[in-house]
Design a protein around this ligand. Sequence first.
Ligand SMILES: *Cc1c(COP(=O)(O)O)cnc(C)c1O
Length: 421
Amino acid sequence: MKIDTICVQGGYEPKNGEARVVPIAQSTTFVYDSAETMGKLFDLEESGFFYTRLANPTLDTVAKKIAALEGGVGAMLTASGQAASLISITNIAKTGDHVIASAAIYGGTFNLFNKTLRDLGIDFDFVSPEISAEDLDKAFKPNTKAVFVETVTNPSLDVVDLELFAKVAHAHHVPLIVDNTFATPVNCRPFEWGADIVVHSTSKYMDGHAVALGGVVVDSGNFDWTSGDFPMLTTPDETYHGVVYTEQFGKAAYITKCVTHLMRDLGPQQSPQNAFLLNLGLDTLALRMARHCSNAQSVAEFLEGHDKIEKVDYPGLKSNKYYEKAQKYMPKGTCGVISVFVKGGKKGAVRFMEGLKLAKIVIHVADARTCVLHPASTTHRQLSDQQLIDAGVAPNMVRLSVGIEDPEDIIADLAQALDQV
Ligand SMILES: *Cc1c(COP(=O)(O)O)cnc(C)c1O
């Protein structure tokens, strides 16, 4: 099936007489008629639902759709994008291990890595998203367990050279984890470029309507975990009577451990109601992404020529340094988010934002309604000046998330707000 079809039909094949639309299994628990079956479920000898923290039919169906969209062997929904990033790393790295991450990543991910996971003893090095293969190679240590990047970075909109990162990571027998939130599988499928694991904040384009928080981890099934560097996957897990994930689950070893180990122990499960809403969003993802991208292209071209604007970063603009890379990795378009640098410093940026009428100031991006955000004073306010520069966040930068309204109305709103700067 093509991607547009998977958006609508993927993951769910109702049988005779069953609901046409994925039903909400709003139940924490499930019934069995024998204790023996229940025991087998607990030992991972049989698969089935018994408690929603581990698995639920609604979550399972929506996860299957996303796995199909990304071309992976399996996926696990989480309560938020943050939980997905947390689990993607801690599934394979523990105290004493090391991870290489792009410096240009979502502010929340940066704090999770640089503070919380560092406090738990996982060491991180942050590298430029434009690092050369040679320098990336030098960043590896004997205890490096993963490389983490974003396809199109939030908010600086760098386009990462996925093939380069995958190649160098694989030379060190280390998986590449890609946060594909902004591109979505409609515009880019990182597994086709060598990525091993994909994570998303489904709170953004996948849900698309800003109604439900969520995240997802997707496993390509392609990474060979048996190098000896990932004992948590290749040696017996005593909490499941000595199961060895790579032996029992093969290509699905990583994603199975995400569910049976970390979802069980940490518990950041998505609610069935949110998964239902996410699935409604996925139905129209391909349609919406095309519109987000064409609207953003028109808006970026309008802003680039405006005399109140210092600079516009959008990979769809020919002037953008990532134009070629975007054409290679995302020929259908990147996303609807644009970074706008307003003349007059922070003051100019704030005045522009406060003059907008249609576009609202919110802490969100990537939904149907056009909105704006000032990263330096909100999502990235904890970062030091140097960290702000590394993450590509300037004081006069406004992150504009172009929605799916009529582009003429969006441009008219921006024009009248810029008149007031
Ligand atoms: C929003 C976002 C996250 C975090 O997701 P939540 O659902 O808010 O927890 C992670 N990565 C990217 C790229 C994001 O935009």
